[in-house]
Design a protein around this ligand. Structure first.
Ligand code: KIV
Length: 284
C-alpha cells in the first residue's frame, strides 16, 4: 500500500512538476475506491448538499452533516490525505467560531486539513485557523457559498479587472500562510500566472491545466449526479445507467419469478426436510 501523502509531499510534487490528483468523496465505499485508485487527496466537499442530500445549493449544509460524512470517508481511506470543507456560516461570524469549527473536523472526524471559501475577506479566519496548527486550503474564483454575490455559478477572472481580484486574493492567501489554494472556474491564463507566482500548490477545478493538480466532484466524473453538468466536467463513467439497468433487471426478475434462483436459497439441513414435512402436518 502506498504511503499516505502529507502536505510536504504536495510541496515536493509542485517542485518536481508532478500533478496532484484530487477528488471529492462523501461516503465509506467510495473512499475505499478512491484510495484503491491511488487518488492523492480527498475533499469531503460541501457539494454533498447537492450530490448526497438533493439540496439546490451548498448553503443548507451543516457542520454535523460534514462530521458524519468526513468520519465515513476517513474510515474508508485511512491512508489518504482527507480535507474537510467548512460549510456556509461555520466561519463567517468570527475568528473564534472559525477555529472551533475547523477544530471539529480534526477532533471528531480525523481529517488532515480544512478548506474555506474566500480570499482577502477571510484572511483573519485563515490566520486564526493556522494559529491553531491546522492545515488550510484557500478556495477562490467561483465560490459557490457566495454565488449570489457573484451573480450565480459564473466563471470568475474573465476580464483583466476581475482577474486582478483573483490574483490579489491568491497572493493574500499565500501571505497569510495557507498551505494550498484551489482555483474554481477561472481562465487557464490566470491559473498559469498564479501557479508560477505562488510557492504553495495551486489546484484547479475548472481552471485549466497549467497548475499543480486537478479536482473533480466524484459524482460528476462517474456520471452519478444528474441535475446539471458544469462545462469543466469530464465524465469518466456512467454509473447512473449501470445502476438503473441493474435495478430494472431486478424488478423484471422479481415480477417474472426468476429471482431468487435456487442458488440464492438456504435449503434445510440434510435429513431435516422429512422432519419438517411431518412437523407442519399439525398446522394443515
Ligand atoms: O464542495 C465542493 O466539492 C467544492 C468544490 C466545488 C470545489 O468546494
Amino acid at each position: 500500500m502506498a504511503k499516505k501523502k502529507m502536505i510536504h509531499d504536495f510541496y515536493r510534487m509542485k517542485e518536481a512538476g508532478e500533478k496532484i490528483t484530487w477528488l471529492t468523496c462523501y461516503d465509506f465505499p467510495t473512499a475505499q475506491f478512491e484510495e484503491a485508485a491511488g487518488v492523492d487527496m480527498i475533499l469531503v466537499g460541501d457539494s454533498m448538499g447537492m450530490c448526497v442530500y438533493g439540496y439546490e445549493s451548498t448553503v443548507p449544509v451543516t457542520m454535523d452533516q460534514c462530521m458524519v460524512h468526513c468520519e465515513a470517508v476517513r474510515r474508508g481511506a485511512p491512508n489518504t490525505f482527507v480535507m474537510g470543507d467548512m460549510p456556509f456560516m461555520s466561519y463567517h461570524k468570527s475568528d473564534a467560531d472559525a477555529v472551533v469549527n475547523a477544530g471539529r473536523f480534526l477532533k471528531e472526524a480525523g481529517v488532515d486539513a480544512i478548506k474555506l471559501e474566500g480570499g482577502k475577506r477571510v484572511i483573519s479566519r485563515i490566520q486564526a485557523i493556522l494559529d491553531a496548527g491546522i492545515v488550510v486550503c484557500g478556495h477562490i474564483g467561483l465560490t459557490p457559498q457566495s454565488s449570489g454575490q457573484l451573480g450565480g455559478h459564473k466563471a470568475q477572472g474573465r476580464t483583466a479587472e476581475s482577474a486582478q481580484l483573483v490574483i490579489e486574493d491568491a497572493l493574500a492567501i499565500e501571505e497569510a500562510g495557507a498551505h494550498m489554494i484551489l482555483l474554481e472556474a477561472v481562465p487557464p491564463e490566470v491559473t498559469a500566472f498564479i501557479t508560477r507566482k505562488l510557492s504553495i500548490p495551486v489546484l484547479s477545478i475548472g481552471a485549466g491545466l497549467e497548475c499543480d493538480g486537478q479536482l473533480l466532484i466524484v459524482s460528476d466524473m462517474i456520471g452519478q449526479f444528474q441535475a446539471f453538468t458544469p462545462k469543466f466536467v469530464k465524465k469518466y463513467a456512467n454509473v447512473s445507467e449501470i445502476i438503473t439497468d441493474a435495478m430494472k433487471q431486478y424488478c423484471e426478475e422479481v415480477r417474472s419469478g426468476s429471482f431468487p434462483a435456487d442458488e440464492h436459497c438456504y435449503h434445510m439441513l440434510k435429513g431435516e426436510d422429512q422432519k419438517f414435512k411431518e412437523m407442519i402436518k399439525k398446522y394443515e
